[in-house]
Structures are given as C-alpha cells and as structure tokens.
Design a protein around this ligand. Structure first.
Ligand code: AMP
Length: 555
C-alpha cells in the first residue's frame, strides 16, 4: 500500500518562492574593489525572474548548460536561481584551472552560453575560440576596467536584464530528479569528471545545513561563503541562506585577507566557510578587527591543524569547525559537533573534536573498507577507505552510462580517502590513498605529520610528500614555510617533532620554501610538490622554470 501524502517536487523554485515571500526584506551584499553593493532578496528574486526570461530570449534550450566564470556576487546568486529554476543546468567553472582543463571542461559539457565577470574576461576571452558550443558570452560588469572586445557574441548582463523589462516568468520544475547544476572535480589525476546535481539533491543538502548539529543556519545569521561559488555550489551555503532567510554577504573580487576580515567586521558576519589557506591568511589580522558577531567558522576541503584553530579561539573565542566532503558529495558529508559523549573533555579535547571531520550528517552513510575488501571496525584506530552513500551523493559521473571504477558494485562512492571512524561515528581522515607515505612497510600519515609540523609557532605552512628511498621504500619529505623572521633550521623542525610523532616519522629532509603550491581550489598541491622534488632530485619529470621552489633551500 502506498502512502497518501502530496507528491511535491523538492526543487529549487520552492526555495526561490520561500526567500521571495518570507524574507524579501533581508539582504544580499557584494564586495567590489571599490566598496560594496547591496540588494534585498525581493530585488534579487525579481531580477532572477527577468534573467530566466533573458535565457528564453537568447534561445537557451531546456536542459542546456549555462557556464559561469564568476566571483562570489549577487549576480552569481541570480544565476544560481534563474538557470536551474527555468529548467537549464548551471555549470560553474573554475577560472584558476589550467587553460587546457578549462577548454576540456567547457567542450565536454557543451556549454551553450557563458556568463563572465568583467574582471575575469582577460582570462576567459582568449580561450573562447576553443569553445565551439558557446554562442554568447555575457559580461557581468563588476567595475573592473578590462577592455571589452568588439565581438557580436559579447553581450552585457545589465542591458539584457533591462530589456527584459517587467516580464514575470513562471518558474517550476515538475520533476525533482531533473539536473540542476554541474561541477567538475578538480582532477588531481586524469581528466576532470563532471558531477551532475539534481534539484532534489541540492534542496536536501541545503536542508541538512540548517540542522542544528550541522551548521544550524538560521534567519538571524549573516552568512559569508568565502569558498568560491565555482566550487561545489559554494558548499550549498547560498541555497541554505535562502531557505533559512539569512543575510548573504559575498566578497566579490575583494578576496585579499585584509578585505575579507574587514567585510566580516563591517557586516557583522555570524557564519563563514573557506579552506584552511584562507584561515591561515586571515590569522595574523585577527587582533585588529572586531569579529564578536561570529558564531561559527568552518574549514572544509582539508584538515584543520590545531595550532590554527587555537589561534582563532584565543583571538576571537571561536575555534574552527571541520567538515569533510567532495565535489561528488554536494559536498558536506560530515561535520563535527560536541555530542553528550564529549561532555567530560577539557577545552583542548573539545577543540580537537570539532577540528576533526566528525560524524556523517543525517541521511548520508559512511563506511570503511580495508584492502582485503572487508569492512573495517569503527574503533577509532583501524584505517580503511572511506565510502559514502546517500541522496546527496553522486551515483556516477557525467558521460558514464553505468557507474565506473569510482563506485562499488553495491552503489557506494569510493572516496579515495583513508580514514578511521570511532565508536560514535566520528571520522578522522588519515590520508588520501595516494598521499600516504609507506616507510619500511608501515604507513605514515602525511596529514598528521603536516599538522604536527604546523603546531610549531615558527612555521606558517607545511606539506609532506613521500619520496622513494632505497632502504625504506619511501621516506617523508617536509616542505616548510617559516614565519617571517623565524630563522628556522631543519634540526629545529625535527626537534619540535620528537615529542609529537613516532621517531621513524621524523623527516630526514626538510625543504624550506617561500610558499606551498596550491591547487585551483586552494589545497596543498602534492602533485606540484612531487614534481618539484623530482626536478630538484634531477631524475623526474620536467617542471616549469621559475616556480616558488627556486627559492627553496634544502637541508
Ligand atoms: P574536492 O572534490 O576538490 O572538494 O576534493 C575533495 C577531497 O578534499 C577529499 O577527497 C579529501 O581528500 C579532501 N578533503 C575534503 N575535506 C577534508 C577534510 N575535512 N579533511 C581532510 N581532507 C579533506
């Protein structure tokens, strides 16, 4: 017997109608190089309906991909709504990827039109010749003075919107499984792969972010996604803000640490999320700003080192909360919170709990699978590959008719991360499968070693890779950025590690560099570091001349 409840699709027009009807007076603020702009959600939603009409006028077919190259801005939010709510697919593109990757992605997705912030036009326009499917490039003028090529394909966002006049387009998506958005994985190995989100997966994910033991996003919040809107729906925060009715604060191109922290102070931001690199950049500026409105800072996409979290706790009373996810998982699968089982912990213990990835959010499930294919126990020490399943997790990649090698035969996503899970379900990431260092037959966690090195106040950043060793198979090599004026030596790095890690984990090689190379999404690029290593060892693949490693001193 079937239930007798209404079948209403979980689709984004529901989110649009809610923020428009209930929270029209709340605000969307966007940073610019020269200040800020502000609009109400009512104004934004009116523009969204006109923008859907513009897509009709341009003849963008149902289900077509609409590419975006944009900073976090009000116009990007308008695209986040207008494109999927009118039956097209929002394809956010990362302008920091290599040119060949961008061309590959736009071609594979066969984008019909693309929207570009004017400040990004100098990066994007030279590539447009390699985008055969793209009929129009619509420029969003963000105040940059980048010149506009005289080309009939180029159109202006505000001119199109003004021409759309007062047209009010009915926005409805009857089938919740319709594709809504497309994002490519950052492709650490091989070609990037497309992850195609549905209306249902996005709405469910936004709802999960509102739960009190997830991010607890609420009407009173002032939400600032620093994580770029080209990356996994900027963690779902814009949609969560719409559902909850929060103010949304967006940095626009004003992404320098000083500009970010000033905007957080000015707008009395209560909740923000970014990768650890951003939090490290802001850390030295904390004492000069009033961030007393802040209630939660989330670090996603990588581990939180406790030294960083402690610095935030000491300066503004808010330690950093960790969350784990992937492009394939919408992305939030786990985020930490203090449960009743942690009641006895002291302040440091509590900080360590919330600085770990934490348990799976409701509706998603995780498991650990060991090398022999058996499930590993949840004892907090047995490692295994983390696998995930749930309605917000990809079933296969774009272009795959059946799930490929990234998925198990029973439909779980193989994450490629090695983790442990404690008896209460708290996940700890040990490493990426390919980033573990195997020394003398024993695994060394490069993540734990990096965090131990970064616990030294004389260290700004550190990343560890494994390098071939005739005796041990592999040995860890540490790349370290000393804090300015620290005058750090390799011996001091090793001495600092003695009480923190097993003796055989201590790296023989410590390489001082000016900067750790980052991926397009701001994570440490282990691939780039490996190529530095091979170049410096003189035996490996060629590497671009002039990288920051030229400033390296090896000890
Ligand atoms: P992406 O698809 O670009 O978001 O990258 C996902 C990968 O980032 C994961 O598979 C992990 O290797 C890494 N990652 C994400 N969150 C965390 C975290 N909290 N701790 C450690 N690694 C993480």
């Amino acid at each position: 017997m079937q239930g007798l409840m209404q079948e209403r699709p979980l689709s984004l027009p529901l989110v649009l109608r809610r923020v428009e009807r209930h929270f029209g007076h709340k605000r969307v603020v966007t940073g610019r190089a020269d200040g800020e702009t502000e609009a109400t959600w009512a104004e934004v939603c009116g523009r969204v309906r006109r923008l859907a009409g513009v897509l009709d006028e341009l003849g963008v077919p149902d289900g077509a991909r609409v590419g975006t190259f944009g900073w976090n801005s009000q116009r990007h939010v308008e695209l986040y709504l207008a494109v999927p709510c009118s039956g097209r697919i929002l394809h956010t593109l990362n302008h920091r990827l290599f040119r060949d990757q961008i061309t590959y992605i736009v071609s594979e997705a066969a984008d019909d039109v693309i929207f570009v912030d004017r400040s990004l036009l100098p990066v994007v326009w030279p590539l447009v010749g390699g985008f055969p499917s793209v009929r129009h490039v619509i420029v969003m003028d963000d105040g940059a003075d980048a010149s506009l090529p005289g080309d009939p394909r180029l159109l202006d966002y505000e001119t199109l919107l003004a021409a759309a006049g007062g047209s009010v387009r009915e926005l409805a998506v009857p089938d919740e499984d319709t594709a809504a958005a497309l994002c490519y994985t950052s492709g650490t190995t091989g070609n990037p792969k497309g992850v195609l989100y549905s209306h249902r997966s996005i709405v469910l994910h936004a709802l999960l972010l509102l739960m009190v033991d997830t991010f607890g996003i609420r009407e009173r919040d002032v939400i600032m996604p620093v994580v770029p809107m080209f990356h996994v729906n900027a963690w779902g925060l814009p949609y969560a803000a719409m559902l909850a009715g929060s103010d949304l604060v967006l940095p626009g191109p004003a992404m320098a640490p000083g500009q970010l922290v000033a905007q957080m102070e000015r707008q009395r931001v209560t909740f923000t999320g970014a990768v650890a690199t951003v939090w490290r950049g802001i850390r030295p500026l904390l004492s000069g700003h009033d961030l007393s409105a802040m209630r939660m800072i989330v670090c996603g996409g990588g581990a939180v080192d406790d030294a960083l979290s402690r610095a935030y706790q000491d300066a503004i009373g808010v330690p950093i909360t960790n969350a784990w996810g992937m492009t394939e998982t919408s992305p939030v699968v786990t985020t930490s919170y203090l449960a009743t089982v942690h009641d006895g912990l002291d302040a440091v213990g509590r900080r360590l709990v919330i600085g770990s990835p934490g348990p799976a959010v409701p509706l998603t499930e995780v498991r650990l699978v060991s090398d022999d294919g058996a499930q590993a126990p949840w004892d907090g020490t047995s490692p295994g590959e983390l696998q995930a399943a749930g309605p917000t997790i990809a079933a296969r990649y774009l272009g795959e008719s059946t799930p490929g090698t990234g998925f198990t035969s029973d439909g779980w996503l193989k994450t490629g991360d090695v983790a442990t899970i404690d008896p209460h379900g708290y996940v700890r990431i040990v490493d990426r499968t390919k980033d573990l260092v195997k020394s003398g037959g024993e695994w060394i966690s490069s993540v734990e070693l990096e965090n131990a090195i970064m616990a030294d106040p004389r260290v700004a950043e550190a990343a560890v890779i494994g390098a071939g060793d005739p005796r041990w198979g592999e040995r860890p090599v540490a790349y370290v950025v000393p804090r300015s004026g620290a005058g750090l030596t390799a011996e001091q790095v090793r001495e600092h590690l003695v009480p923190l890690v097993a003796r055989w984990w201590i790296p023989d090689q410590v390489v001082f560099v000016e900067e750790i190379p980052k991926t397009a999404t701001g994570k440490f690029s282990k691939r780039e570091l490996r190529s530095w290593y091979w170049r410096d060892a003189g035996t490996g693949p060629e590497h671009d001349a002039g990288s920051a490693s030229t400033a390296a001193t090896k000890e």
